[in-house]
Design a protein around this ligand. Structure first.
Ligand SMILES: Cc1ncc(COP(=O)(O)O)c(C=O)c1O
Length: 412
């Protein structure tokens, strides 16, 4: 007889909490007080942000890093530096956070959604070429959950069609594709340091690039349109103050020292968990491709096949949560079904209207993405993977217990 489910009043598999996030210690405390007492709080006053820019760029294998306020403005600055303008089209996946597409709209250009590959949860390069028109200027692949997108195929398409590639690496700090770090493969990388991210200072972002000229453009745009070596009151392009401050830079310098150990732990736990849960009928972990030489594991992702599992995703998620394991069904609908897209609520940004394609996001359909949103996708957040082997075994035990009780759950 299967053990009684917690959702039916049985004892939960687990009652202790999983590891907390963010992780910090005396190093961060010392650094914040040091910045405070220095009185050098702005980027132009101190060295913390400049040091972090150098260190993080080097960490990614990129020549330049330009630290900014968040991982949305970093995408927008990269697009602006690449010359994206009204009427241009930019290819993006529809299974991602709002920013990947809204940054395009905020450059007065039009995001064009291309469906993903169900195994990897990443944009499907086979579908990208079908979406290219004479107005297409760029592609923004997202390394979803920390698994690098198929960059060889994407860069080959970009070369054929003369497109800019901006890697949205908000989930992929330290992840590697064929031994190369995410953020150093496309023309630009864009990272977020928002509080949930694997490298965080609460809010923040950075643009990485190997191109000296594009880097100079980004640096100017993030600094009110000033140019290197130019006078303070001289603004060359429409821009804004998007600079990171010294407290954020100081925190990130400490957090970066922790990143590699954390990646090692997440990767060992993530790979172990995938190996264990895939043995349960109807549980399909994100497929780690051969090209992924280091998984960022911002999320641990599984799909369910309700027919094999013997229950709907919602039934499964609710029963596993009751066992003390925090899991969620992920994005509830595709990005193009946001009210903003459905109602074309783009404020003053009308560039999409001049795109050759016109604009009606209500007509967009991406079947793989809809399958993930409406039936199959499950998220687990990265900090669970900072736990012990016993923590992973508890997750497996909860999955197994719920599966064993499928007949019972089908009745309720
Ligand atoms: C894929 C992706 N891109 C961009 C962002 C935007 O980052 P931010 O919240 O720092 O603006 C996020 C997350 O928040 C994200 O998940």
């Amino acid at each position: 007889m299967a053990e009684k489910l917690a959702i039916h009043g049985g004892k939960p598999v687990r009652s202790e909490p999983f590891p907390a996030w963010p992780v910090y210690g005396p190093e961060e405390e010392r650094k914040l007080v040091e910045v405070l007492r220095s009185g050098k709080w702005g980027k132009q006053d101190g060295q913390e942000v400049a040091t972090f820019e150098r260190r993080f760029a080097e960490y990614c294998g990129a020549r330049h890093g330009i630290a900014v306020n968040n991982g949305t403005i970093s995408l927008q600055i990269a697009l602006l530096a690449a010359g994206i303008k009204a009427g241009d089209e930019v290819i993006v996946p529809p299974y991602t956070f709002l920013a990947t597409a809204s940054a395009v709209l905020m450059c007065n250009a039009m995001p064009v959604f291309v469906d993903l590959d169900l195994d990897t949860w990443n944009i499907d390069p086979k579908r990208i070429e079908e979406a290219i028109t004479p107005r297409t200027r760029a592609i923004i692949p997202v390394h979803f959950g920390g698994l690098p997108a198929d960059m060889d195929a994407i860069m080959a398409i970009a070369r054929r069609h003369n497109l800019i590639v901006i890697e949205d690496a908000a989930h992929a700090h330290g992840a590697e594709y064929k031994g190369r770090r995410c953020g150093s493969i496309g023309h630009f990388g864009s990272f977020s340091f928002q509080s949930s991210k694997n490298l965080t200072c609460g809010e923040g972002g950075i643009i990485t690039t190997n191109d000296d000229e594009l880097a100079a453009q980004c640096r100017s745009i993030h600094n009110c349109g000033r140019v290197a070596g130019g006078p303070w009151y001289e603004h060359h392009v429409i821009a804004c103050n998007y600079r990171m401050n010294e407290f954020q830079g100081g925190l990130l310098n400490c957090q970066l020292d922790r990143l590699d150990d954390q990646i090692k732990t997440r990767e060992a736990n993530g790979d172990y968990l995938a190996e264990r849960v895939r043995r349960i009928p109807g549980i399909i972990p994100q497929v780690r491709t051969g090209e992924c030489t280091r998984h960022g594991y911002h999320l641990f992702l599984v799909r369910v096949d309700p027919a094999q599992l013997g229950m709907s995703r919602e039934t499964f998620v609710n029963a596993v949560k009751a066992e003390g394991i925090p899991i969620s069904p992920g994005y509830p609908f595709p990005l193009y079904r946001q009210p903003m897209f459905m109602n074309a609520a783009f404020g003053p940004y009308t560039g999409y209207q001049t795109s050759g394609r016109g604009m009606n996001y209500r007509e967009v359909r991406c079947p793989q993405t809809e399958t993930l949103c409406y039936e199959q996708g499950i998220f687990m957040v990265q900090q669970l993977l900072l736990g012990t082997r016993k923590d992973m075994d508890d997750i497996v035990a909860a999955f197994e217990k719920v599966y064993e009780n499928r007949a019972e759950l089908a009745k309720s």
